[in-house]
Design a protein around this ligand. Structure first.
Ligand SMILES: NC(=O)c1ccc[n+]([C@@H]2O[C@H](COP(=O)([O-])OP(=O)(O)OC[C@H]3O[C@@H](n4cnc5c(N)ncnc54)[C@H](O)[C@@H]3O)[C@@H](O)[C@H]2O)c1
Length: 310
């Protein structure tokens, strides 16, 4: 398994680190436009190999994609992150051009690569990769829901005063403060619905804190978070590497699923060696269906801003 991570910034380096520590990939290539930056991050990470006990080889490249040839999975994290007070949608002007160029460069050297899109606004950037390339839809995966679900489980564990490993929960919909749909109706602590364990007020607190999970961290850090995003990406890459058929909410191109068409948005996906092996259509409450539809309308509005780059 050869993985390329474009963008050796905070999220890209965290992706490379978690992929290496989990020790399932033979090689990770970091690419950045900043001279020497990817090489430096790669060397620093390689100096943790004997300490952390991994065999994955990490290398870096400044804007040269030839070392990425033969990549199985490419992760796009290049572009600017948001600053406190900004929405993810406000990044589109700069990031759309970068994501389009980077996806072309990846495919030039690795025409069979599966692409995981991380750069924001992520659902729109994933849609852009669908429009700008001719690769099949199963090979374009937007990462947002896996992170938002981890943040949901963190808040659930806080409210339930239990370890996060005791809870299950999923966030679907757009990867934005307003568009996320945390499925509180389906969240459980060891098979017990959380609705039996938490007051309505507490459930509402969990949902609202989950939705602003990224913004809360951006306010604290002055830029967007990287540990949980990197860990979430590494889990998607592992599911592909190990052909595990695990389910993660990912931004996928919809063609009628959930009554939605012609957009990429977060829905439960089964991941395996082909990328998105299938989309699971689960039963939603009427309120959740309405929220998903509203979220899709907002994503489509942002997609409308892509005209100048397409
Ligand atoms: N989808 C998610 O869940 C999620 C989570 C966190 C961050 N993000 C997004 O990920 C992106 C990266 O965030 P970050 O915190 O790592 O930012 P960062 O500024 O730390 O890193 C971005 C890197 O991209 C590089 N870059 C810019 N243009 C490039 C190009 N054309 N080719 C190669 N490299 C290029 C920059 O030099 C920089 O090193 C942002 O858009 C952010 O909003 C998404």
């Amino acid at each position: 398994m050869k993985v390329t991570v474009v963008g050796a910034g905070a999220v890209g380096a965290s992706c490379a680190e978690y992929i290496a520590i989990k020790n399932f990939a033979s090689e990770v290539v970091l690419v950045d436009i900043k001279e020497g930056y990817a090489e430096g991050k790669a060397m620093d990470l390689m100096q943790t190999a004997s300490l952390n006990g991994f065999d994955t080889k990490i290398t870096g490249s400044t804007n040269d994609y030839s070392p990425t040839a033969g990549t199985d999975v490419a992760v796009i994290t290049s572009g600017i992150p948001r600053k406190p007070g900004m929405t993810r949608e406000e990044l589109i002007g700069i990031n759309a051009g970068i994501v389009k160029e980077v996806s072309g460069n990846i495919l030039k050297h690795s025409p069979d690569a599966i692409i995981i899109v991380v750069s924001n606004p992520m659902d729109t950037m994933a849609y852009l990769v669908h429009k700008a390339t001719d690769i099949p839809k199963n090979r374009i995966i937007g990462m947002g829901g896996a992170l938002d679900s981890a943040r949901f489980k963190y808040r659930l564990s806080d409210a339930l005063e239990c370890p996060a490993s005791d809870v299950e929960g999923m966030v679907i919909g757009g990867h934005s403060d307003k568009g996320m749909v945390p499925l509180i109706s389906k969240a459980v602590r060891n098979s017990i619905p959380v609705s039996e364990l938490l007051s309505d007020e507490k459930q509402n607190w969990v949902v609202e804190e989950t939705k602003v999970g990224g913004a809360t961290l951006t306010g604290l850090l002055g830029t967007s978070a990287w540990y949980a995003p990197g860990a979430a990406v590494s889990e998607l890459v592992r599911a592909i590497a190990q052909d595990s058929k695990k389910m993660f909410p990912c931004s996928a191109l919809l063609e009628g699923e959930y009554g939605l068409n012609d957009l990429s948005i977060g829905v439960p996906c089964i991941l395996g060696k082909n990328g998105i092996e299938s989309i699971a259509e689960i039963e939603l409450t009427d309120a959740e269906k309405n929220k998903l539809t509203e979220s899709a309308e907002a994503v489509k509005k942002t997609n409308g801003l892509l005209d100048s780059v397409l």
